[in-house]
Design a protein around this ligand. Structure first.
Ligand SMILES: Cc1cc2nc3c(=O)[nH]c(=O)nc-3n(C[C@H](O)[C@H](O)[C@H](O)COP(=O)(O)OP(=O)(O)OC[C@H]3O[C@@H](n4cnc5c(N)ncnc54)[C@H](O)[C@@H]3O)c2cc1C
Length: 474
């Protein structure tokens, strides 16, 4: 009988693959102990897994790239429905539409689209992030001010819903589900098996890296914020201000420009005027080389990497949005936090928003933070288990002390310590998201600690209740 059959590659605790399959990207979490991990090869495997889990009243999680900051794609007991093998990337040059399997990793998507048609989608910088988690939560990257968030390029998707049926969502089919799937976060409504994206032509770009000594913080932060105005900064630029621990001795601005160096130089002129610059690198390259550069694949020094510190994967990261230029007390908080760090790999980044991101109305998709100036990423990385508490405390204290100057948080940088997470992640779109949740998952089968499942009245079908906890997610 269909409902009694799990298909695909089913990894059980006694399978050779089990140990490597139950570890999260973030090694802050010890290995999980799922009952089974189901590596789905096609939509029918997902359908069977959902029907099996629901008919057996077994808790489940969904996994694409496995990069959830809080390991929300894994659990103890229950099953992990892993779609990483559904990873096709097909491109139709006549329509410009790409069909992408929900388990595809970003680097494979960028490379395939480049090879197939010199086109791209505006995704994140990390090579191994999965397209499903990224897109469902929004998706920001180095061409987002020109082409929008990743979710803004979605024109349709296929999803296995809570009844175990494959449904389509687009502007004309199940538009409520389509709306919610663009920013409403993963694991709330169903299992996406495929996205359809409109693509964007790309060719050559210019990447840049500007550095100052750390004691120029008070010049660089206001200088960057004034320059990175969401409505006046050229859409072709995405820039990231990285403020690392004071002990590192420097601060930097790095970014990408969809054009040549001659066109970029005048646009960067206001930054060149910030006193005390110690390094300036402007380098043209192909779009795909820039992708690899920012993903840390090219053999460049660490400092080029857009997303924090590479090679460390034990971390606690969180986020907030800024809508105003920081007043002096906010810079003082930043200065103080970065001076008193639990280790050298502690930092905060400001990602420039605006441009195409801001031109989409706040309620046009479920992603609400359209009008932000920047997304702040508070990050800290460590290697020794005994340092964990100090790092988590630091990041939490830093985030909290910036609350007077920030609002909201990015669902893709999920943080189990954010108490007001429903408002912070979804803001004015929360009510509508809950209505979509009730319609598409009336029995509340899709559950996790920061899921919409926590906010709807339906009791849930599981035998055991999920315990929301700080550093255990199941
Ligand atoms: C090193 C690193 C770099 C990053 N860089 C960026 C960046 O540049 N820009 C950016 O915007 N974000 C970035 N992120 C954050 C990233 O967008 C989120 O962590 C995202 O949720 C990861 O998606 P995933 O599929 O890899 O993770 P997963 O852990 O597999 O999934 C994340 C969430 O989505 C759910 N989910 C997964 N697959 C499906 C599916 N098929 N259907 C429904 N729900 C599903 C999961 O259950 C989980 O709740 C980065 C994260 C890391 C760790």
């Amino acid at each position: 009988m269909l409902q009694d059959t799990l298909t695909g590659i089913v990894v059980a605790p006694w399978s050779p693959l089990y140990n490597e399959s139950r570890v999260d990207y973030n090694t802050r979490f010890p290995p999980f102990t799922p009952a089974y991990i189901v590596y789905c090869q096609k939509s029918m495997d997902v359908i069977r897994a959902i029907r099996w889990a629901i008919s057996h009243r077994v808790r489940f999680r969904i996994r694409s790239g496995g990069h959830s900051y809080e390991a929300y794609s894994l659990l103890n007991g229950g099953i992990v429905i892993d779609v990483s093998a559904i990873n096709h990337v097909d491109y139709a040059p006549d329509t410009g539409i790409a069909k992408i399997g929900a388990g595809a990793k970003l680097i494979d998507i960028y490379q395939s689209l480049w090879d197939l048609g010199r086109v791209t989608i505006p995704g994140g910088s990390c090579a191994t992030v999965g397209i499903a988690g990224l897109t469902l939560g929004g998706g920001f990257g180095l061409v987002s001010r020109k082409f929008g968030l990743t979710c803004d390029s979605v024109v349709g998707l296929s999803m296995v819903d809570a009844r175990g049926q494959l449904v389509e969502a687009s502007s004309s089919q199940n538009p409520d589900l389509f709306w919610a799937s663009r920013g409403g976060g993963g694991n709330n409504f169903g299992v996406v098996t495929e996205f359809r994206f409109k693509t964007h032509p790309v060719s050559d770009v210019t990447i840049f890296f500007l550095q100052w000594t750390w004691d120029r913080l008070w010049d660089v932060v206001p200088g960057f914020q004034q320059w990175a105005d969401p409505f006046t900064l050229d859409d072709r630029i995405v820039a990231i201000l990285t403020l690392p621990a004071a002990v590192t001795g420097h601060v930097s601005i790095t970014g990408e420009f969809l054009g040549d160096p001659q066109a970029l130089l005048p646009l960067l002129a206001p930054l060149f005027k910030i006193a005390g610059m110690t390094e300036k690198v402007i380098r043209p390259m192909s779009y795909i080389d820039a992708v690899k550069h920012f993903a840390g694949i090219a053999t460049e020094p660490h400092r080029w990497i857009a997303h924090g510190v590479p090679h460390h994967d034990t971390f606690k990261n969180t986020s907030a949005y800024t809508f105003e230029i920081f007043p002096d007390p906010a810079i003082r908080v930043i200065e103080n936090a970065l001076t008193h760090v639990p280790g050298p790999s502690a930092l905060v980044q400001l990602d420039t928003y605006g441009g195409a991101i801001a031109r989409v109305p706040e309620d046009a998709t479920a992603f609400p933070h359209r009008k932000a100036r920047s997304c702040l990423q508070f990050q800290t990385y460590w290697t020794k288990p005994e340092d964990t508490d100090a790092h988590i405390r630091w990041v939490e204290k830093f985030r909290r002390s910036m609350l007077p100057y920030t609002s909201g948080a990015y669902v893709n940088y999920c943080d189990s310590r954010i108490e007001r997470w429903p408002r912070d992640y979804y803001d004015g779109n929360l009510k509508r998201l809950l209505a979509v949740k009730r319609r598409w998952d009336p029995k509340n089968a899709f559950q996790f600690p920061q899921g919409l499942s926590q906010l709807v009245r339906a009791p849930g079908f599981c035998r055991s209740k999920i315990n929301p906890g700080y550093d255990s997610n199941s």
